[in-house]
Write a protein that binds this ligand. Sequence first.
Ligand SMILES: *Cc1c(COP(=O)(O)O)cnc(C)c1O
Ligand code: SF4
Length: 335
Amino acid sequence: MIPRITLHCETPDWQRLMAEAITDPAELLAILDLNRALLPAARRAAELFPLRVPQPYLARIQKGRPDDPLLRQVLPLEAECLETLGFIADPVGDLAASTDNGIIHKYHGRALIITTGACAVHCRYCFRRHFPYASASSRSQWPAQIQWLNRHTQINEVILSGGDPLSLSDARLADMASDLAAIPHLRCLRLHTRLPVVLPQRVDEPLLAWLSALPMPRKIMVIHANHAQELDANVAESLARLSAIGVRLYNQAVLLKGVNDDVRVLSELSERLMDIGVQPYYLHLLDRVQGAAHFEVPESQAKVLLEELANQLPGYLMPRLVREVPGAGAKQTVL
Ligand SMILES: *Cc1c(COP(=O)(O)O)cnc(C)c1O
Ligand code: SF4
């Protein structure tokens, strides 16, 4: 007999790794052998949106390289403190599209729930970096959200988002998933999460157990990686375990200046994703959130990049270049 995996009351590994994430800019610079001259700016920017990098992600950043594409995504910079015209707190109109119980309903058939404000990593360009999570993601709203979903029979897919839904405990997620599975018109559960990329230890037995037991015809996970360097062997192994239980994997990336605004980098990202079982899905133009202007790649340049990419890759490796327009009924295809 195969021994049952006993669930100890100990904190799972991933929760310990989340709790031990680096949050002090001085520590980040010291670990990565970076110039301490970067510190005052990092401190100021981290006051607006705290620094957060878990060790397994940190391990993939090259030391002594201020331009490392992974470091660029997590290191707070002076530029974040600049006010830029046209860059606002809620660039995608999430708040206007929210019901009173915190469900964001923008698109036909799909409802998105902000389950938590917590993330394993803080991405400096995050479009929800100013999101009022405290008021929008209260656990006490769950019963009202379930009632809303029961009443809205045209919704067939629920997206758990955040923050990062996989920063919730498996006990909580399993409860939520079973409440959703009991709604007859829901056919699909989708998770929007960066955790399998930044902290692949998250994909453990308890997560696989409730996900594989979930009686929904379609289980989808949309991960978020912007550069092939993020996708190491541990990530590949975690994603393989998800694929093995029938979870369909897609990736959304954000086109970011200094990170992946390069045909070779985008091509390597698509190739690596497909090699580890993930379908490239969206490549987002930056949402114009306050503090992220220095990451923006202009639309004209993005189009040129994507045309060059299309000349190099088979069609199935091409992400769709999209922009989110507040009030629109779908993500808008740019090319
Ligand atoms: C992006 C998004 C979705 C998902 O859109 P797809 O095109 O189905 O991937 C759903 N709801 C909201 C509010 C979104 O922002
Ligand atoms: S993981 Fe997603 S929600 Fe969290 S900071 Fe990064 S982009 Fe934002």
